[in-house]
Design a protein around this ligand. Sequence first.
Ligand code: BG6
Length: 517
Amino acid sequence: MTGTVPAATVTSREEVCPEETPPGPCAVVILGASGDLTARKLVPALFEVHRRGALPRRFCVLGCGRTEMNDETFRQKVRPRQVTDPGAWERFSDLLYYVPLSYDDPTSYVAMAQRLLQLDALHGTSGNRLFYLAVPPTLYKTAARMLGESSLGKEGPGGSEPWTRLVVEKPFGRDLDSAVDLNRSIHRHFRERQIFRIDHYLAKETVQNILVFRFANAIFEPLWNRRYVDHVRITAAETLGVEHRAGYYEQAGVLRDMFQNHMMQLLALTAMEPPCRFEADPVRDEKVKVYRALRPFPVEALRDHLVLGQYGEGRVGGKPAAAYREEPGVDRNSLTPTFASMKIQLDNWRWQGVPFHLTSGKRLREKRTEIVIHFREVPYSMFRTTLGDSILPNRLTLGIYPEERIFLTFQTKSPGPRLCLREVTMDFHYIEGEDARVMDAYEKVLLDCMLGDPMLFWRQDGVEQCWKFLTPILEECEACRDRADMLKTYPAGSWGPREAVQWGPGALEKPRDGKES
Ligand code: BG6
């Protein structure tokens, strides 16, 4: 069963969706501009926004990095491989500049400041600056300090123009102490309102839709609690392996890489109370309340609540895939987990007793990110005598990727003379009926930073609350004597360690193609 909306009831897009207003004048300053992130994500996103006419009319980009380059070589370096509209690229690349930067050398920042003054004069960017830290996390503190000490972090009185903002990518520390220390260092030179901590999951359309779905519809909220919900599964399964990121991943592992940030955001959006206003701080206040409600993990009984795994050799998408320990740059005896499944409880009125199962792993069978609300069973089945106990409870699936869809499963009678039940779904496909293209997460993130809207960014208290929850787990996992024994190997291309599947919390839903692995 597919739910289609009668044309007459669809409100036109203009009525509900105001036009995009381009941000005011500004320069985007990318520190780490010779790196991978700049060429792969930041420049393509800015180019696309420029092509759409959504960038400020007075705008430029200043790339900075250790590599010696001039404006022209920088433009060549970051030119996307496939440009469908070369004219548009020429117009955009005229706005790109470069200055070499040695991160801990004050004279470098003087040169950067001078270049920015010239660009302000040339492009009318009014001294408004967005500093994007696309550098390794070990350089965050140095870069923030040097920007601050060279007065580049200064903003107008009370946050007025000219504004300066600092964009920080995850990881925000590697445990509670380092996160507090990082925040403290950055705060010496930047106020919290100037700091934009990115989580690209928050910029995904389907993730933003969670709050709209929950709070712009009256029918789901009465069911969204312990009375009707049995358990919730939040899954971010990936088919990709560690790729070329072993240097980072070996230190991070799946708990730091996916749980401390993306999984916690998905949890908060699913579990939070309605904020009083749809504004950055009320929304972020409600998220923090969810993190405060996280029941401290019973580290003494870790195995009852957490399964960790690491991928072994296998096949993904029909192709052979190497074991994690065979990947370039990975220690042959590595104990870094690439899979985790944990059972979380929230101590509050709405969710008391409802387990949240959070699962994420690399080199799994499918790329699938979703939140599934499993409702309770019917309290009494009058069909038991004819059908036995086989009535499946309702499920509401919020598909984030690749299926950008929401669907509700429920039971109906199969047509025919006999009483047979069948499970059907009522479906909503996110982009169906829309001509709008789904905006790339980095486009949204960059635009929101330029607009100064922190709604989709982590606030310091949220980061620290999540570390407070995860740090004891990490410490226990990394220090325990049976660490190697805790780490279960799973074949690449499977649904994760057998322990997780049998144990329950990790059990992923049956694949949509119906085939078991
Ligand atoms: C990143 C992690 O933050 O998110 C990666 O560092 C992971 O390891 C990626 O692959 C997943 O993002 P997405 O958008 O593909 O689900």
